[in-house]
Design a protein around this ligand. Structure first.
Ligand code: GLY
Length: 286
C-alpha cells in the first residue's frame, strides 16, 4: 500500500511501507509526528501500483482537450531512483513509454471521462490539467491530478510547442480549442534540476550562484529557488534552485547539452542527479 498526506506536500508526502509495522509507523509519522506539517492532518491509503510513470499535461477549454507532448519526471532525490521523494529532479520529453496506442487509450478512458465528469459535477475546467499516470500491467491508471502545469515537466514540454502559446491560451479562454491545430516540434528536451545540498530535507540558503553568460541557444536556465540580493547578487533561496533545459534532435543530444550546461553552473553545496533520462534511453533502445 501507499500512505499519503492528503494535503499539499510539494510532492513529498508519500510513504511506501513494506509491511504492516512500517504502515503503522507511516501513519504515526504523518498524523502524529507531523512530518509533512498540516498536510498530514488527513491521510489517504491507496493500492501500490507498479509500472513506468508518465506525466501528461493537457490544454482544455472544458470540452475539447489537447494533450501536450508527454514527459517523464524523476522524483527521487538520488541516482538510480534512491532517496526521498522530491518535487522532481529532472525531466525528459517525449516519454518513450507513452506510445500512440497508450495515448489513444488514455484519451478514451481517462482524459475525456475526466472532462465530462467535471462538467457533470458543475465544475467545468478550463486551463492546463496535469495527469500523473502509471502504465500498470492492468492498463494506464491515474496517480494524481493537478490543475496546473507540472514542475519540472513544463520546462521540457513548452520548448517543444511549435504553436504560439498565447494563441492556445486564447482558444482555451474562448472555448474554441477544438478548432485549433496545436503543433509540436520533432526531437526531444531534457531538464536537469540543480538543487541545494540537503534538499528535500534542510538546506542552506544564500549561496552565490555563478551562471556563464555564453550558454548555447538551445539551452534555457529556468530560475526557481533563487533570488537577487539588494546588491544584485544571484543567490539560492530554495531547494530546487535552477532547471537547466536543452532541446535537441534526439533525447541523447538534449541530455548531453543539458548536462554540459549544468556542469558549468556552480554554487556551494549544489547537487544534481546524474542519470536523468537514462530510463528513457533504455526504453528507446527497446
Ligand atoms: N513534477 C510533479 C508536479 O509538478 O507535480
Amino acid at each position: 500500500i501507499v500512505v499519503k498526506a492528503d494535503g499539499l506536500a510539494l510532492g513529498k508526502g508519500v510513504l511506501i511501507p513494506q509491511n504492516l509495522q512500517e504502515a503503522e509507523a507511516a501513519v504515526k509519522s504523518i498524523m502524529e509526528d507531523k512530518t509533512f506539517g498540516d498536510s498530514g492532518n488527513e491521510i489517504v491509503v491507496e493500492e501500490f501500483l507498479t509500472g513506468p510513470e508518465v506525466s501528461v499535461l493537457a490544454f482544455t477549454d472544458g470540452t475539447a482537450i489537447v494533450p501536450m507532448v508527454s514527459s517523464m519526471d524523476h522524483k527521487r532525490a538520488g541516482d538510480g531512483d534512491t532517496g526521498l521523494n522530491t518535487g522532481g529532479m529532472g525531466t525528459v520529453a517525449p516519454n518513450p513509454c507513452y506510445t500512440p496506442e497508450i495515448a489513444a487509450a488514455c484519451m478514451e478512458t481517462i482524459f475525456l471521462p475526466t472532462l465530462s465528469a467535471m462538467r457533470a459535477e458543475g465544475c467545468p475546467f478550463k486551463g492546463c490539467l496535469y495527469f500523473g499516470l502509471m502504465l500498470t500491467p492492468g492498463g494506464p491508471k491515474v496517480i494524481e491530478y493537478n490543475c496546473r502545469f507540472g514542475d519540472p515537466e513544463t520546462q521540457v514540454v513548452l520548448p517543444l510547442l511549435k504553436t504560439d502559446l498565447l494563441t492556445v491560451m486564447r482558444a482555451v479562454e474562448n472555448e474554441t480549442l477544438g478548432d485549433l491545430t496545436v503543433e509540436w516540434h520533432d526531437g526531444a528536451a531534457a531538464c536537469v534540476i540543480l538543487a541545494s545540498g540537503g534538499y528535500p530535507g534542510g538546506y542552506e540558503k544564500g549561496r552565490e550562484i555563478s551562471i556563464p553568460g555564453d550558454l548555447p541557444a538551445n539551452v534555457t536556465v529556468y530560475h526557481a529557488g533563487d533570488m537577487r540580493t539588494e546588491d544584485g547578487k544571484l543567490v539560492t533561496s530554495g531547494g530546487r534552485v535552477l532547471g537547466v533545459t536543452a532541446a535537441g534532435d534526439t533525447l541523447e543530444a538534449a541530455l548531453k547539452d543539458a548536462y554540459a550546461a549544468a556542469g558549468r553552473i556552480d554554487f556551494k553545496g549544489m547537487y544534481m542527479r546524474h542519470d536523468i533520462g537514462q530510463r528513457a534511453l533504455r526504453a528507446l533502445e527497446g
